[in-house]
Design a protein. Structure first.
Lengths: 168, 340
């Protein structure tokens, strides 16, 4: 079983899943394109994963407060959408997108309850036009699904990709 | 002196239950039929009799309206003869009423502690779910003269709304609250010939022309402006969220928290997540909030209450569970087989 790490968070991958860090120095276009943290390829689909961890042990208090402020204002939704769009474009140009893509966002804030996660999932969907315009000119889907999780909900819904804190 | 506890024994839906009250804000949550309104009406009846000559048993009949005004119908239903009781506490003071399920008239009930209880009158308000101000003109006289099938809480709230303002200037805290409400209503409430109007930049708008949510804010404005809601008073509000746009919940909870800080004891019954979350987000360490979760015990099916001071500890929380179910279904739809 392999594992991917992003800051203090470690994600275990099931056998057969191929995962890589995407938002690192190998990206090469970080000056002009945003990037999701991880890309995981499965037999029948691709997962784009973004991890936000303002409660990372040792993180300054301001970082947490700033994130919560952006989260509540909806600013974070636009940033998450841009990361997905740029990553999708990057991978499309590299001819890596031959399967449906799902976008999973892990926000490691313990106070997020189901109502807030639902609201953020709906908001993210509004920022990402999955199926294109109503006139049906798109023949491919831009994304096949997205959802926002906290650590507990991630492990409940994505048990095969369990996450944990390295410091725990 | 605020209410400290409410206790029921074989009364309405309750077999046996005691709720210890916060002197600040009390929030009742729970599914339909878990007795939230019954607890508030009983406590309100106990408060209201201190301002009138009406007996506790008679007031319970008026606010609950059992069929044929038969007090015994308020005893929890069971086979054979039974006796029910309700008790309301203010520190060491206790007001108690008990009666059998055969009791038909209030005079047959046993009431104890009433003399001491009435010695210190309690100003109280009960805001029912249905808004009444738009129907207020003529309602009072109709209610006084005819047997119309309305619980007395509706007549009482209209009476409170018609009260003239107190003498003297309005203090700073009340002015602040009125200002917040005026901003959201975009006007002030006036009364002309028993009719309520919102005086705004558009002119005087009669209450039936206003959205019901705005009428609710108008009622709260009147109760603060006429001095009904002052420190030491008790406010009961059944489902304040009804017909109110969720955008206004934040302002409403801000006002209720401020009233509580000013010494008003508040009781709310709610089914709404936003109401609870606003209280959770806006509260300060000094605010005295107790959440009372009413539920049925799995084994006995009897009503029980779990009281906590933190939103995150509310259990069982039917509202949060509903969102949790919705979220799970949304994730299932969004991800499909992404989980493999």
């Amino acid at each position: 079983m392999t594992a991917l790490r992003e800051g203090d968070i470690e994600m275990k991958l099931p056998s057969g899943a191929r995962g890589r860090k995407f938002d690192d120095e190998s990206h090469g276009l970080s000056h002009c394109m945003k990037a999701v943290d991880l890309i995981i390829e499965l037999n029948d689909r691709i997962l784009f994963v973004e991890i936000k961890d303002p409660e990372q042990p040792g993180a300054p208090g301001m970082r947490h407060e700033e994130f919560v402020c952006r989260f509540r204002s909806g600013e974070i939704d636009r940033e998450l959408a841009r990361k997905y769009r740029d990553s999708f474009l990057y991978e499309w140009a590299a001819q890596h997108l031959d399967k449906p893509v799902h976008y999973l966002v892990l926000v490691a804030i313990s106070a997020l309850d189901a109502a807030m996660l639902l609201a953020r999932t709906d908001a993210l969907k509004r920022e990402l036009p999955f199926g294109g315009p109503a006139n049906g000119t798109w023949t491919r889907r831009f994304a096949d699904g997205c959802a926002v999780f906290n650590l507990t909900e991630w492990n409940k819904h994505m048990a095969d990709f369990a996450v944990s804190r390295r410091g725990a | 002196m605020s209410l400290t506890a409410i206790q029921m024994e074989r009364f309405t839906a309750f077999e046996k239950l005691k709720v210890n009250c916060s002197p600040g804000l009390n929030v009742f949550v729970g599914g339909n039929g878990t007795g939230k309104t019954h607890l508030m009406k009983t406590a309100y009846a106990a408060c209201d009799i201190t301002k009138s000559e009406v007996g506790f048993a008679e007031k319970l009949i008026r606010v609950f309206m059992p069929s044929n005004r038969a007090l015994g119908r308020l005893v929890k239903r069971q086979k054979g003869s039974a006796r029910g009781a309700a008790e309301v506490y203010r520190s060491q003071q206790k007001l108690r009423v008990s009666f059998s399920n055969h009791t038909t008239v209030p005079e047959s009930a046993t009431v104890t502690g009433a003399k001491m209880w009435r010695a210190k009158p309690i100003q109280s308000v009960y805001i029912p779910v249905k808004e009444m101000l738009s129907n207020a003109p003529g309602f009072r006289s109709l209610y006084a003269q005819r047997e119309i099938h309305f619980e007395e809480v509706y007549a009482d709230i209209v009476d409170r709304a018609y009260r003239p303002p107190l003498r003297g200037p309005i203090d700073h805290d009340r002015r602040t609250l009125l200002h917040v409400l005026q901003q959201h209503m975009e006007g002030k409430v006036t009364i002309k010939n028993d009719e309520f109007f919102l005086r705004s930049q558009q002119g005087n708008l009669e209450f039936p022309l206003l959205a019901e949510g705005i009428r609710k804010l108008g009622l709260l404005w009147l109760l603060i402006q006429n001095g009904t809601l002052l420190g030491g008073s008790v406010l009961f509000w059944d489902e304040p969220e009804t017909n109110l746009n969720p955008r206004l919940f934040g302002a409403l909870m801000e006002i209720l928290l401020k009233l509580q800080r000013g010494g008003v004891q508040v009781f709310l019954a709610t089914h709404d997540y936003v109401v609870l979350k606003e209280l959770d987000l806006q509260r300060t360490q000094e605010d005295e909030i107790t959440f009372h979760a009413l539920y049925r015990e799995e084994d006995t099916k009897e009503l029980a209450c779990h009281s906590v001071t933190a939103y995150s500890e509310i259990h069982p929380n039917a509202i949060a569970q509903t969102f949790s179910d919705l979220y799970d279904r949304e994730v299932n739809r969004s991800l499909g087989s992404a989980r493999r």
